[in-house]
Write a protein of this length. Structure first.
Length: 69
């Protein structure tokens, strides 16, 4: 189980996508592009794990508000 604390930046992927697109458009080496894609995949997996570990996330907002604290 992972630590359920996280930063907002853990869920911001726009910069990663932008970086990959720049690499592709500039004709960079496939290894460099592959490494950037792998790093993005790792960040996405970590974000998914954080979400899976959050208690009550599978409930709708109204259901979460009714849960005893």
């Amino acid at each position: 189980m992972t630590d359920s604390s996280f930063k907002k930046s853990d869920f911001s992927f726009v910069h990663d996508f932008h970086h990959i697109i720049e690499l592709v458009l500039s004709g960079n080496n496939q290894d460099v592009i592959g490494k950037a894609v792998s790093q993005l995949e790792e960040r996405l997996m970590l974000a998914r794990q954080v979400l899976e570990d959050l208690p009550g996330l599978h409930y709708a907002q109204e259901e979460q508000e009714r849960l005893p604290i």
